[in-house]
Design a protein around this ligand. Structure first.
Ligand SMILES: Nc1ncnc2c1ncn2[C@@H]1O[C@H](COP(=O)(O)OP(=O)(O)O)[C@@H](O)[C@H]1O
Ligand SMILES: [Mg+2]
Length: 459
């Protein structure tokens, strides 16, 4: 092991223990110790007192001791790391994985004693070895009906999850746009790449305690099946996520958030989910959580940086060919105006199904439906829109009605002039509405999708 490899390995262990990477002083202490310098030498090097360096050193040895499961001190640090290296390599030879407390070290090429998923999140890796056993609880996952299109989205999600090892993925988009359906197809395609796969709907599991208990019970029971050990203990959730490669899908996460507030504000009883999602993002582990919902945690949606292990995919409507299939499945005959109908309802499969049913029931043709600019809103489509609209804050409702009154896209200055609210309130409302996918922004102009405009005008 060279100096760089030692620092990397120690950093991974400290990160797994504390959720923080080594700071400069900690790294200097490790490097100095590795090169047989005493605290005094290191202190001179960093221009600090020997006592301070010793104190930071002691904390460091403590964290490493807990991760390595043996007492580590300045005097045996190098030999402890060398023993760890030997155990990694013998493990590689056996093509197995070895558990050193919470840090799971799998077979990796020699000269890179690496911890899976300690790679920067956007770095491609080839660690997609098929797990030997696979445990799945997909009892809450809906059944997949006809499935069209979404090749690109499936590719993107697969790359993020399997190659880039993203830890937290938000799949967002309007109600009915096809998030759940896409996620079901994704799970079917990649589930065998994981040791554990579980699908939970936030409707069914309530507080964080109940949700964690459910997951832990699933991991615990599955581990028990694989092990002859009888004194197996239940571990904290994060330990299972570190120990095994798990894929956890959480559907309908919008249920975690308050109605009447700007998007992504936790209901008081769900506030603790914030720290769970933070842990999943920050701690070193080899698992992936996918959150599905038309409202997402603020701390997830605000990240656009490719260097974080967080990704957000905002789902748009289906392409024309797929939308045609949906209309055909609903019994609608193809006509010259089918494409115009699809555009009007923005390729949203649920909206299209609602409209197709109405057309069928009324026995009218698509052409008649499109005669004027009025957008037909069947009752069940109104219910869908109401569910989303009802949750918006008063501030957002104000901005929505303002936008509904405009036939052309408007800029911020005009909105500000008309809205009679402070610029910061307006900006917050716009940000929240765009997180809910309720408004569209092209360059610096804001507009409402026609279906929403029609709905809001009719209120
Ligand atoms: N790619 C697709 N191909 C065929 N039907 C789809 C597709 N995506 C969604 N649907 C249909 O559209 C409806 C809404 O999809 P759903 O996944 O429940 O939306 P969301 O989870 O975004 O609210 C469902 O009836 C579903 O079967
Ligand atoms: Mg859904």
């Amino acid at each position: 092991m060279n100096l760089k490899e030692m620092v990397k390995l120690a950093d991974d262990m400290v990160f797994a223990k504390t959720g923080k990477h080594l700071n400069d002083l900690q790294e200097k202490i490790l490097r100095g110790t590795w090169q047989h310098e005493d605290y005094n030498d290191i202190a001179k090097d960093v221009n600090l007192s020997e006592a301070r360096v010793r104190e930071v050193g002691m904390e460091l040895w403590q964290s490493l001791s807990q991760e390595l499961g043996e007492k580590v001190s300045k005097s045996n640090f190098r030999s402890a790391m060398e023993r760890l290296e030997v155990s990694i390599y013998s493990n590689v030879a056996q093509e197995e994985s070895v558990q050193i407390n919470s840090v799971n070290i799998c077979g990796e090429p020699r000269h890179t004693p690496n911890i899976p998923n300690s790679h920067p999140p956007n770095q491609e890796t080839s660690n997609t070895k098929q797990p030997q056993t696979s445990h799945q609880d997909l009892s809450e996952m809906p059944e997949l009906g006809d499935f069209y299109d979404r090749t690109l989205e499936l590719q993107t999600l697969t790359t993020w999850i399997l190659q880039q090892h993203s830890r937290l993925i938000a799949l967002t988009g309007r109600l009915g746009i096809g998030k759940t359906t896409l996620a079901v197809q994704l799970v079917q395609q990649i589930k065998d790449e994981f040791e554990y796969v579980i699908w939970c709907s936030i409707d069914a599991s309530h507080t964080l305690d109940e949700f964690q208990h459910k997951l832990i019970q699933f991991f615990y029971n599955s581990e028990k099946q694989d092990s002859s050990r009888t004194n197996q203990k239940r571990l904290p959730l994060i330990k299972y996520l570190q120990k095994h490669r798990c894929f956890v899908v959480l559907d309908d996460v919008h249920n975690l958030f308050s109605s009447g507030e700007l998007a992504g504000k936790y209901k008081p009883e769900y506030e603790e989910y914030r720290s769970l999602f933070k842990q999943i993002e920050k701690l070193s582990h080899q698992s992936c959580f996918m959150l599905i919902g038309w409202e997402q945690p603020r701390e997830v949606t605000q990240f656009k940086n490719q260097n974080t292990p967080i990704r957000t995919l905002q789902l748009k409507g289906l392409d024309i060919a797929a939308a045609r299939e949906i209309l055909r499945d609903c019994g609608l005959e193809e006509s010259d105006n089918t494409e115009a109908l699809i555009h009007r309802y923005e390729g949203n499969p649920l909206w299209l199904k609602n409209v197709a049913n109405l057309i069928q029931e009324l026995g009218i043709g698509v052409t008649e439906l499109l005669l004027d600019d009025t957008i037909l809103l069947p009752e069940d489509l109104k219910d869908v829109l109401h569910e989303q609209f009802d949750r918006t804050s008063e501030l957002e409702k104000q901005v929505l009605s303002l936008l509904a009154g405009e036939n052309q896209p408007v800029n911020l200055a005009k909105l500000l002039e008309k809205a009679q609210i402070s610029s910061s309130d307006l900006l917050n409302a716009l940000q929240s509405l765009s997180r809910r996918c309720s408004i569209e922004k092209q360059e610096s102009l804001y507009t409402l999708p026609p279906v929403l405009r029609q709905y809001i005008k009719g209120l």
